[in-house]
Ligand binder design. Sequence first.
Ligand SMILES: NC(=O)c1ccc[n+]([C@@H]2O[C@H](COP(=O)([O-])OP(=O)(O)OC[C@H]3O[C@@H](n4cnc5c(N)ncnc54)[C@H](OP(=O)(O)O)[C@@H]3O)[C@@H](O)[C@H]2O)c1
Length: 273
Amino acid sequence: MVFPYKIGFIGVGNLAQAMIKTLLEKKVVAPNSIFASNRSPGKLQKAVDTWGIQAQTTNEQVVDASDIVILAVKPQDVSLAVDPIARAFRDKQLVISLAAGISLRTLGKKLPECRIVRAIPNIPSVIQKGVIGCVASVKDTALEAVVADIFSPMGMVIPVSDEDELEALMVSCSSGTGFVYELMMYFQDWIAEHGFEEHLARKMVVETFLGAALLASQSPDQSLEDLQNRVASKKGVTAAGLDSMREWEIERALRYAFEKAALRNQELAKQSE
Ligand SMILES: NC(=O)c1ccc[n+]([C@@H]2O[C@H](COP(=O)([O-])OP(=O)(O)OC[C@H]3O[C@@H](n4cnc5c(N)ncnc54)[C@H](OP(=O)(O)O)[C@@H]3O)[C@@H](O)[C@H]2O)c1
């Protein structure tokens, strides 16, 4: 095991479970170094049965038992989970919040003595293909290394310099995954309308997106535009389609989607102050 710290999870929902599974599979920590609590006991028991982690009856016990506390509850549950036990946190204890829309400022007011990191993984993190943005309340390279140890088994960790950047990363990579699925559904519908079985249409879309992404990933020296030009010869079939995409201003529609998502994030952050 490479990691010398005890990690505590307050909340063992979808994301915490994916993290626990990955941390154990990659042998970053041993099950006896993971402590967890959860509002409903069933989920916690299942995590204990599956991974042999250490269940705690209260959130306060998780804080006591752990060097690093990961807040893995929904944004609307953060206050309920943290406020009643704020005094249990130790001076300089590292707290990592996964909650979207809860700012460092808000968390810092709740836990003024702690070092706080916000981390935003996207959903492909569950298959170790995530993009994970993180920002810390204090600039500290040792702290960054600890955060990288925890999250790099789930994908690419990107430390950002402030919460504006974190928001941009969240909107493009986390919400962005949802936007990509929306585009994939448009492809799938069109293919299915042209006579292909639904399951085959789905496969064709997935392979097209996967192939495009893998080719881009394996051609780091080529810009996305260069790769596109390899498909789109002048006055050819693809170029005709691209002309139409540009005429209909798909880029503008997507930019609006990013901006709307960012505005919603700011609204949620305000509500939680
Ligand atoms: N899933 C993602 O892809 C993703 C990506 C980026 C960020 N996030 C963030 O990660 C956090 C967790 O998301 P999730 O999808 O894992 O949510 P989730 O599946 O709903 O898990 C949240 C867990 O927290 C538990 N909980 C709620 N209040 C609690 C309390 N006071 N004390 C202890 N446990 C409590 C819930 O218990 P119950 O069993 O009673 O419901 C639930 O098991 C959220 O803040 C979300 O914004 C998620």
